[in-house]
Structure formats: structure tokens, C-alpha cells
Design a protein around this ligand. Structure first.
Ligand code: ADP
Ligand code: MG
Length: 698
């Protein structure tokens, strides 16, 4: 019996019983492994005050408190069984990184003892040369630093059989250039804060700090682990490079919101429990459209925290899947012709006083100004937003009549679209603050929520937040959120400057202010409304219409990367990333794309030569199956091999271009022959687990 059939035989035998602790209600488990507010409040008074102010965005951290805090962290961590600490950071890959040190230190008279010093808390020095820097740092200048980020809570991570104190940090080069995703994100948040506070002041809204907020809906697949191990393409690339369409896929529409299978439910409950303990507020779980596809969504939080939490959550899911003999897949398109996975980024802005600034019912002038700023930002920087979600993986997902196409548009819903039209074309009597107020305040909730239902839109207003739907499931949310923050802050500053020069320093009533602001909002809405579209984004007519409107349609991610080095991007990223730093991002993204494509191509060739071809040839001898088909496949594989060898000495930019333009179509060709072979070769000989097994056997 071949390994595939052997694995299938054993699948039904697995079942993992959950420990009793998983019966505990969520709120009781919440943040038990986090050094959270209540613990901070127990620190010596001044240290506590300072740290709490830092958390609220109101002060800088005073290093004088570092020693006290470090020792408190160590005591707490050791009480929970930790022996080591790590500076946890997010290099420019899609994962997090860590380097562990124990608390071991010299004591008096040559004795050793456990100690954690302030300076160890504040700063670490991992060798930066093995992380992507995109030319910012030559290998001989390897120095990179991690610095404690006191805006998020330290936490305890359980892995192997040990517990580690994790100190969230930012990562930068010895010259101070950010080498991670977090520094630019925090800078963009600060920029948005400055602009939004000006707007709050102008409109008499009480706030001293504005934060971007994020709720990331994470889609994923879970499959049986023994079948996963038999698919080297899933193991190494996260997606199947071969696989015929199964007789049953998602056409019966019986999976979405269907009952979750027991084995998967046990897995969900266990990783959710662990997530809650880390302070990740997971709330929603359900089946997704495709068989074996699911979603988990937390309550929204401040973006910088939500982003850390999303990375931790994915890490937890990977490791708990293993405990349940499952494999969790975050690739954007693990299975061709089956829906792919996204990570909808729900984004808004919240004040420290608890207001959601994108709630139309809070303050009409404020809301309309923000709405205008968002529409202008998306219209003006559509191509950059497209670049923020570009990746080799997302190319397989976008535009496949299942995920938003590559044209960037905004969905507003009927009510808001009418409001925008009134401002752009309205008659005088419809245009008082009172009329607008009444319009927005009177919007029934369900009418606003209706906007939620356009699933085809790239960027959709969903009642009191925007949902960026084009983000891929494996993506690091920092990139899209940094771009949204940056472009909205920029547009808002510009609009506010214009309003300020129109009204001057005179004290104005809200109605007077509105009359002064109206022509400015109208001007920007008139230009930006081209990006608004509420129809079916999957339709061919929309593609034509979008072209007529002059909206960019960048089909391939490779062609989107260049947006990072556009002059326009440098301007809008001022204070967030310098021109050289943006250039480094461009190099890193192109190189990552090229490397992923290289791995996939090499894998495809190897799997074909060592698994598919021998099985097909054996069957050809035994039963005389389609020889010309085998011949075509051999030829296509040969051409792929030739393309790879021709690229050896090229730089990544040139390689990436060839992968995008020449290799991708060849891969599709080889795949189509192999998928046809799968349908005819003797089942007992076929080595790779088939889609029907990967998707349905659990
Ligand atoms: P749906 O699948 O219907 O789009 P979900 O309930 O799965 O909605 O997810 C919605 C996400 O949006 C949740 O993570 C939720 O916390 C988040 N969200 C709600 N309000 C805000 C907000 N003001 N800012 C950011 N995210 C928000
Ligand atoms: Mg959802």
C-alpha cells in the first residue's frame, strides 16, 4: 500500500480530549499570562504612573524605572515557571523572531543567581545580518538592536515544555533605521493621531489621543496532519502546486456557517483558550465557504496591539494544530479552484475618551470630514494600497470571483452614497448642518449595516468602520494598516489646512464652520467619488468602467511593488519611512516574491520528476494510459527547468520579473497536464493526497 493510502486508513482513529480547564468561561481565563494593567498598578507608584501614561499615549518611558520593572517582571514570570526571557520582535518577514536568554547572572563571590536588569529589559542586540534589511545594512555592519516597546504588555509564551517571558520590542539598525514592521506602524499611528486631534479640536470633540483600531478576521484551512506531510508543496510552500478539482468542492454551499466537525472544534477551543490567556480577545468562530475552511475573529483593539495579537494567534494556531494531528494553513490559496483565505482588516479610529470617530452618529461634521479624507486618500493612493497587500500568495486569490479584484474601489452603501451625492450635487436647502445631521443621525442601524453585504469590494464601509478585504490570510497586518494610517493622516491634514485658512482664527458655531467647510469637502468629494462603487466588483463591466474612471488595475503583485519607490509614496510617508528606507522595503518585497516563486518552481519540478512521473509511467506500462499527455508534461517540466537555470546569475529584480511573466504561465501549463494525469492514473499508484482527501477527511 502506498504512503497515501496508509495515511488515509489511520485518519479516523484520532481524537484529542481537551483538558478540563477549557470548560472555564472566557472572561476568567482572559490575560492570565499577561503582565497587564492590574499588575502594572501594583508596581512602585512612580514606575506604575509612568508606564500607564505610556500605555495611554501620554508620556515617554523614563528609563530610571527600568530596574524595578525588570525585577517585577522576572518575579512574576518565575512564579509562572519561566526560566528565560526573550526580546520578541517582528523583522521584515511575515513572522515574529525571538532569541532566548535565561535570567542567570553572577551574584556576589562567584555565586550565580536569577536576575533581570533594567538594561536587559530595555535593549537587546541580536545579530541583524540574517534578517532582511533590503540593502540598508551591509553584512559587516551587522549590529541591530531590539528596544522594549512599553506600549504593549509583556506576556508568557508556552512552547516545548518551557515557559518564556516575552518582551515585545521594536527592531532597528545601529544607525537607527527601522528593520521591522512595528516602528513605521507606530509612527503612522502617531501621525494619524496628530491630524485627528486637530479635527477633534475643530469640531469640539473631547479627546487627548486618537488611535487607529483593528479587528482582523482570520481565515484558515485545517487538514489532517498525516496527509499534510505527504504534500511537500503544502509543507514548504503552503499551497498545492498540483491537484485536480475534486468531484465535490464548495458547490453545494453546505460548509459556510455549517456545523463544525468535532475534531476541528476541539482544536478551536484549545487554541482559543490559549489565546484568551494571552489577552487575545477571540470572539467569533465559524466555518467558511470552502470545505475545511474556517474563520476566527477577535474583538477589535488598538491597531498596534491587534497586530501583535494576530501574529501570536497564528503562531498558537500552528502549534495547537500539531497537538491535534492537524495542520493549519494560512496561505492565500492553498487549493486551486477552491476559495482562498483572506484576512479582512476592519479599521477605524478611536479616542481615549471612547468614541469611534467613524461612527456617523457621533458628530456629523467630524464624520463627513473624515469620510472625505478617507475617500480622497484611497482615490489618490489606490496603487499604494494595492502594493500594501501585494504578495506571491495573494496573486492566486485576488480577482478569482471569490475575493476582491485588483481594482481598488470603496463601497459606501446606499445611505452614505446618497449623502455624498447630496454634498456634491445638492440643492441649497439640503445642505445645512442640520439637514446633514438629521440624515446621519436618523440612519437606522440596520440600514447602515446593510453596507456590510457587499462581499466583492476591496475596501468597504461597514456601518462604523472600513473593512479592507483584499488583505491576504498570511499577511502581516502592519503593512496595510500603516499605509491606511499614513494616507488618511495626509489627506486629513490637507483638508484641515484648507478649512483653517477658510475660517481663520475666528470662533465659529458648528453651523458656520460647516458652511465654511462645505465647499472644501465638496471639492474633494467631487474628485474622489470616482473610487466609490457599489455594484458587483467581479463583473466585466466594472473592469471597463473602472478603466474609464482612470482607476489603477495592477493585476500582478510584482507590478505593484514599484509603488514603494514612487515620489508620491515618499511624500505621504514623511516622518514614517525615509526614501532610503522605502527603497529597502521595495528590495525586500521583490526579493521575497522572487524567492517564493523560486521555491515553488523548484518544488513543482521535483514533485513531477520524483512522484508524478514515475507513477504515470508505471501505469502507462501496465495499462497503456495516455502517453502523449505524459510527453507534454515532461516537455513543460523541461522548459521550467531551463528557465530556472537561465536565471541563476541574475539579480532578484530581474528574476522576479521573469517569474511573473514567463514562469507563471509555464507552471499553469505543467499543472494542467499533471491534474489531467491525476484523473486517469490508477488511484493505488497516485502518490500525492488528492483534494477530496485533503479537504474532506478529518
Ligand atoms: P463580518 O464577518 O460580518 O464582516 P465579524 O464579526 O466576523 O464581521 O468581524 C468584524 C470585525 O470587525 C471584528 O473583529 C470586530 O471586532 C471588528 N470591529 C468592530 N468595530 C470596529 C472598529 N470600530 N474598529 C475596528 N474594528 C472593528
Ligand atoms: Mg467575519
Amino acid at each position: 500500500m502506498n504512503a497515501r493510502l496508509e495515511a488515509i486508513k489511520n485518519i479516523g482513529k484520532r481524537n484529542r480530549k481537551l483538558p478540563e480547564s477549557y470548560q472555564i468561561k472566557p472572561s476568567a481565563q482572559f490575560a492570565t499570562r499577561v503582565f497587564h494593567r492590574a499588575l502594572i498598578e501594583n508596581l512602585p507608584k512612580e514606575a506604575a504612573r509612568n508606564w500607564l501614561d505610556v500605555l495611554d499615549g501620554k508620556a515617554k518611558f523614563d528609563p530610571a524605572h527600568a530596574d524595578v520593572i525588570a525585577e517585577a517582571l522576572r518575579n512574576w514570570a518565575m512564579k509562572h515557571g519561566a526560566s528565560h526571557y526573550t526580546h520578541w520582535f517582528q523583522p521584515l518577514t511575515h513572522a515574529s523572531a525571538e532569541k532566548h536568554d535565561s535570567f542567570l547572572n553572577w551574584g556576589p563571590n562567584g555565586a550565580v543567581l536569577e536576575k533581570f536588569r533594567g538594561k536587559e529589559l530595555l535593549r537587546g542586540e541580536p545579530d541583524a545580518s540574517s534578517f532582511p534589511s533590503g540593502g540598508l545594512r551591509a553584512t559587516h555592519e551587522a549590529r541591530g538592536y531590539t528596544a522594549w516597546d512599553p506600549t504593549v504588555f509583556p506576556f508568557l509564551w508556552e512552547g516545548g515544555d518551557g515557559i518564556t517571558l516575552c518582551i515585545p520590542t521594536v527592531f532597528f539598525s545601529w544607525k537607527g533605521e527601522p528593520l521591522d514592521h512595528k516602528i513605521p506602524l507606530m509612527r503612522s499611528d502617531e501621525k494619524l493621531n496628530r491630524a485627528a486631534l486637530k479635527l477633534c479640536k475643530l469640531t469640539g470633540t473631547d479627546a487627548t489621543r486618537v488611535f487607529s483600531t483593528l479587528g482582523a478576521e482570520q481565515e484558515y484551512f485545517v487538514i489532517d496532519r498525516s496527509l499534510f506531510f505527504l504534500r511537500p508543496d503544502l509543507v514548504l510552500a503552503g499551497r498545492t502546486v498540483f491537484g485536480a478539482k475534486p468531484p465535490k468542492g464548495q458547490e453545494l454551499e453546505d460548509h459556510y456557517f455549517g456545523a463544525v466537525k468535532d475534531r476541528v472544534m476541539a482544536f478551536m477551543r484549545e487554541f482559543e483558550g490559549a489565546a484568551l490567556q494571552l489577552g487575545i480577545p477571540v470572539k467569533t468562530r465559524h466555518n467558511e465557504v470552502a470545505p475545511a475552511q474556517h474563520e476566527v475573529a477577535p474583538l477589535f483593539e488598538r491597531a498596534s496591539l491587534a497586530i501583535d495579537h494576530n501574529i501570536l494567534l497564528m503562531e498558537l494556531m500552528r502549534s495547537y494544530a500539531q497537538k491535534h494531528d492537524l495542520a493549519c494553513l494560512f496561505h492565500e490559496k492553498p487549493f486551486m479552484r477552491i476559495n482562498g483565505s483572506g484576512k479582512h482588516n476592519n479599521w477605524s479610529m478611536a479616542t481615549d475618551t471612547g468614541l469611534n470617530l467613524l461612527d456617523p452618529q457621533e458628530n456629523s461634521l467630524l464624520f463627513l470630514t473624515l469620510l472625505t479624507a478617507v475617500l480622497r486618500a484611497v482615490h489618490e493612493h489606490a496603487a499604494l494600497l494595492r502594493a500594501s497587500i501585494a504578495s506571491a500568495g495573494n496573486d492566486h486569490r485576488l480577482g478569482g470571483s471569490e475575493a476582491p479584484p485588483t481594482i481598488l474601489s470603496v463601497y459606501l452603501g446606499d445611505a452614505l452614497e446618497k449623502m455624498v451625492a447630496t454634498i456634491v450635487h445638492g440643492k441649497k436647502e439640503e445642505l445645512s448642518l442640520r439637514a446633514i445631521d438629521l440624515g446621519l443621525m436618523a440612519l437606522p442601524r440596520h440600514e447602515i449595516d446593510l453596507s456590510d453585504r457587499n462581499r466583492t469590494s476591496f475596501f468597504a464601509f461597514t456601518g462604523n468602520k472600513f473593512e479592507f478585504r483584499a488583505v491576504g490570510a498570511s499577511a502581516h497586518c502592519a503593512l496595510p494598516i500603516t499605509v491606511i494610517n499614513a494616507i488618511v493622516a495626509d489627506s486629513l491634514e490637507l483638508i484641515l489646512d484648507e478649512i483653517h485658512s477658510a475660517v481663520g482664527d475666528r470662533k465659529q458655531s458648528q453651523a458656520e464652520l460647516f458652511s465654511a467647510a462645505l465647499p472644501i469637502l465638496r471639492k474633494h468629494l467631487t474628485r474622489a467619488q470616482d473610487v466609490v462603487f457599489s455594484g458587483n466588483n467581479y463583473s466585466a463591466e466594472w473592469e471597463k468602467e473602472a478603466d474609464r474612471r482612470g482607476l489603477p488595475n495592477i493585476r500582478k503583485s510584482f507590478d505593484a511593488f514599484a509603488q514603494w519607490i514612487e515620489k508620491k509614496t515618499t511624500l505621504v510617508f514623511e516622518g514614517i519611512l525615509s526614501e532610503a528606507e522605502l527603497h529597502s522595503r521595495y528590495e525586500i518585497f521583490v526579493e521575497q516574491y522572487g524567492k517564493i516563486m523560486h521555491i515553488e518552481t523548484a518544488l513543482m519540478i521535483e514533485l513531477f520528476q520524483t512522484q508524478v512521473l514515475p507513477a504515470a509511467q508505471k501505469d502507462m506500462k501496465a495499462r497503456g494510459i495516455d502517453e502523449p499527455l505524459i510527453g507534454k508534461a515532461v516537455h513543460a517540466a523541461g522548459e521550467l527547468t531551463k528557465l530556472l537555470s537561465q536565471m541563476t546569475d541574475m539579480g532578484w529584480e530581474a528574476k522576479a520579473k521573469i517569474f511573473c511573466e514567463l514562469v507563471t504561465p509555464k507552471m499553469t501549463e505543467l499543472r494542467s497536464y499533471v491534474d489531467q494525469l491525476e484523473m486517469v492514473v490508477d488511484n493505488a499508484l497516485w502518490p500525492l493526497p488528492k483534494y477530496r482527501e485533503l479537504l474532506f477527511l478529518i
